[in-house]
Ligand binder design. Structure first.
Ligand SMILES: [Zn+2]
Ligand SMILES: [Zn+2]
Length: 240
């Protein structure tokens, strides 16, 4: 059986084409192009069956070869990557165009479900581009901070139009890190402007004895913004 493996068995009988080849395993005569993969002795079906039957052993052998020939394996992978590059790009492009609507819908849904995460990306870009501040705030850190503050403004307690406040404003050298951000409502954030947290807390005490809670009057203002700030600071300590 093995002695004929790999050598094309060209039948000399009448009517047989020169491009036919006999599989030494199943003994079927097949078209050499269609029935056989290049460089293989057995026909495609026999090869497949062999691999199915010996999958574990062959995979182990493959892994062992990769372990012993890391450089050659790398080269093989790279060559394959390069070889199929154009075709893959083409396929991906066509797939995208075919499913464009679904992609757009998914993107929209993701954006709607991840507004808070997007706020981090926006703020990070602003910090980097406007203030040359690399920062290091991660989306999950911001989400944790939001959770801890109950998604409420640390200054007035409102739960509406929550934004990211930099306790020490970026414009005054504050960093874009988890130690320097807290949720603030749009109104407080605008009023705070370039004040630091301490300055704004003081400002509120002096000038806003009855700070308006915009939108929903049933929301109780925080009795003391310092409570949530202290909680925030504790948890920042924990996170170190
Ligand atoms: Zn066969
Ligand atoms: Zn507020």
């Amino acid at each position: 059986m093995l002695d004929t493996a790999g050598t094309p068995m060209l039948s000399l009988a009448w009517g047989c084409q020169m491009s036919e080849k006999r599989c030494p395993h199943c003994e079927l005569v097949l078209d050499a192009e269609v029935g056989f993969a290049k460089g293989q002795g057995w026909c495609r079906e026999c090869h497949k069956a062999y691999w199915r039957a010996n999958q574990q052993r062959e995979n182990a052998r493959k892994r062992e070869w990769i372990r012993k020939n890391p450089e050659r394996h790398k080269a093989v992978v790279k060559a394959s990557y390069e070889k199929h590059k154009a075709a893959r790009k083409d396929y991906n492009r066509r797939y995208y165009l075919q499913h464009r609507e679904r992609y757009a819908k998914n993107r929209k849904r993701w954006k709607a479900a991840n507004r808070e995460r997007l706020a981090v990306y926006d703020n990070t870009r602003r910090a980097r581009e406007t203030f040359r501040q690399p920062g290091g705030l991660k989306a999950k850190e911001w989400l944790a901070i939001l959770n801890m503050a109950g998604r409420r403004c640390i200054y007035c307690g409102s739960g509406q139009q929550i934004e990211m406040d930099h306790l020490i404003p970026l414009v005054r050298g504050g960093e874009h890190t988890k130690e320097n951000v807290a949720p603030a409502c749009l109104a407080c954030n605008r009023a705070k402007g370039a004040m630091t947290r301490e300055e704004f807390v003081e400002f509120r005490k002096r000038f806003l004895l009855n700070p308006p809670v915009h939108g929903n009057s049933t929301i109780q203002p925080y009795p003391d913004a310092a409570v949530s700030l202290a909680r925030l600071e504790e948890s920042n300590e924990d996170a170190h």
